[in-house]
Design a protein around this ligand. Structure first.
Ligand SMILES: Cc1cc2nc3c(=O)[nH]c(=O)nc-3n(C[C@H](O)[C@H](O)[C@H](O)COP(=O)(O)OP(=O)(O)OC[C@H]3O[C@@H](n4cnc5c(N)ncnc54)[C@H](O)[C@@H]3O)c2cc1C
Length: 393
């Protein structure tokens, strides 16, 4: 088999069977590469299976907005393209400001987003209440709303990418842990070692999510990607949350919620100053009663859906893979070694664009879909920190 340019296909090993690894595998196969995905556990066993499913274009950094915008193009037609109904719906995201200074920042965000053709808009408290009928709108001075923002099911999307990657020719091996990445004397990648064998490769993609640092160490790179615990819970609110209520974020207090099915909601927030780096192989995936009580208390300051009668159905914790500026590292860091890591709370939504970019790097040498030249691993040492003002914890 040859690649799309008639040459030998590039041999690619993808480390990690989450949404980033499988989207990359699919788009790599589409561009003629020969792909093996190695997953130490099972598909989706990492943090893709714990995501909230949010998909938004409302970011303040141009590169994040662009990654999301390109991804939304894929999410919009995912069902037809991949034959899987991912329950994609677009109630929008509503960010709320309690202070004038936050509102001022919001106005600047909207201006920047509109420059990128993202149809966000500033809304008054009254307009916010029309979008979110239970809102205590008098607590807020304004908000931003974007109608192309929405929600989908991460499990179903992962299944879509996984099936399509396999059907396109990718080999997906579960229960296969990569223990080393091999390089020649010039530092170029030559393959990987699993616990059982050596697999040759022209390119290795680090799509190991919260384990990214461990895989980086295999080629002596110290990746600043820290696993940080984030929690969510499904609640039966005091009054049903209709499915057209936006994913609503109290930006000044950190609480957020979104509609789930049948009047339920998914709510969360990270309220503590303490935010230790976690061990991705040994952290608590459950939530505490204290945290759940705080979420409901904060929710009760936002909307009439939350209060003492709110019933918690299910809670869980997962890991954000966080870089110091909440932007990913997306580049060929050393010859043949591509990092697609550090997506914080955005890796699910940005996986379609990321997969395409990884495929472009391998088959073209450089990406063209989005200018990701700012997403280097060495930006932190070189003063190239990016800024993002809409991080949702
Ligand atoms: C509570 C919570 C809510 C979130 N909400 C959202 C949201 O609303 N929207 C959004 O876009 N994102 C959200 N995220 C973030 C999102 O889940 C991640 O950014 C995304 O899933 C990352 O995908 P990934 O493929 O990089 O990582 P993962 O899904 O974690 O996959 C990495 C895989 O690599 C495997 N692996 C690791 N090391 C090795 C090795 N040595 N050999 C072989 N395999 C290995 C792991 O087993 C794992 O399966 C949320 C995250 C959390 C925790």
């Amino acid at each position: 088999m040859t690649n799309e340019y008639g040459g030998d296909p590039e041999n690619v090993v993808v480390v990690g069977g989450g949404i980033i690894g499988l989207a990359s595998a699919y788009y790599l196969e589409q561009r003629g590469a020969d792909v093996t995905v190695l997953e130490k556990s099972s598909i989706g066993a990492g943090n893709t299976g714990r995501a909230n499913g949010g998909i938004r274009a409302q970011f303040t950094s141009p590169v994040s907005s662009a990654l999301s915008k390109e991804s939304i193009e894929v999410w919009e037609s995912f069902d037809e393209q991949f034959g899987v109904d991912i329950k994609y719906r677009r109630p929008g995201y509503l960010f709320l400001a309690r202070t004038e200074s936050t509102a001022e920042q919001f106005r600047e965000n909207v201006a920047k987003q509109n420059e990128q053709d993202i149809p966000s808009r500033f809304v008054t408290p009254q307009e916010a209440k029309e979008l979110c009928p239970g809102l205590y709108h008098e607590e807020f001075v304004g908000g931003t709303y974007c109608p192309i923002d929405g929600i989908a099911d991460p499990h179903l999307a992962l299944q879509g990418f996984s099936d399509a990657a396999r059907e396109s020719g990718a080999e997906i091996r579960t229960k296969t842990k990569v223990v080393d990445v091999l390089q020649n004397g010039s530092g170029e990648v030559t393959g990987v070692e699993t616990e059982a064998e050596t697999i040759p490769a022209d390119f290795v993609v680090n799509a190991a999510g919260a384990w990214a640092k461990q895989v980086g160490k295999m080629v002596d790179i110290d990746l600043p990607v820290d696993p940080k615990r984030r929690k969510l819970m499904v609640v039966d609110p005091e009054e049903p949350v209709s499915e057209d209520v936006p994913f609503t974020v109290d930006s000044d207090h950190g609480f957020h919620f979104r509609p789930e099915r049948k009047g339920a909601a998914v709510a969360g927030g990270h309220f503590s100053d303490a935010d230790p780096e976690e061990d991705p192989d040994d952290f608590s995936t459950s939530t505490s009663i204290d945290w759940a009580a705080e979420v409901i208390e904060r929710g009760a300051e936002v909307a009439s859906y939350f209060g003492p009668e709110t019933r918690v159905n299910q809670g869980w914790a997962g890991l954000y893979a966080v870089t110091p500026d909440h932007h990913p590292i997306l580049e060929e860091t050393i010859p043949g070694f591509i990092n697609a890591v550090g997506f914080s709370g955005h890796g699910f939504m940005q996986s379609p664009a990321t997969g395409q970019i990884v495929a472009e790097i391998v088959t073209n040498g450089s990406p063209s879909l989005v200018d990701v030249s700012s997403l280097t691993a060495d930006r932190f040492a070189n003063g190239g920190h990016l800024r993002e003002g809409t991080v949702i914890d």
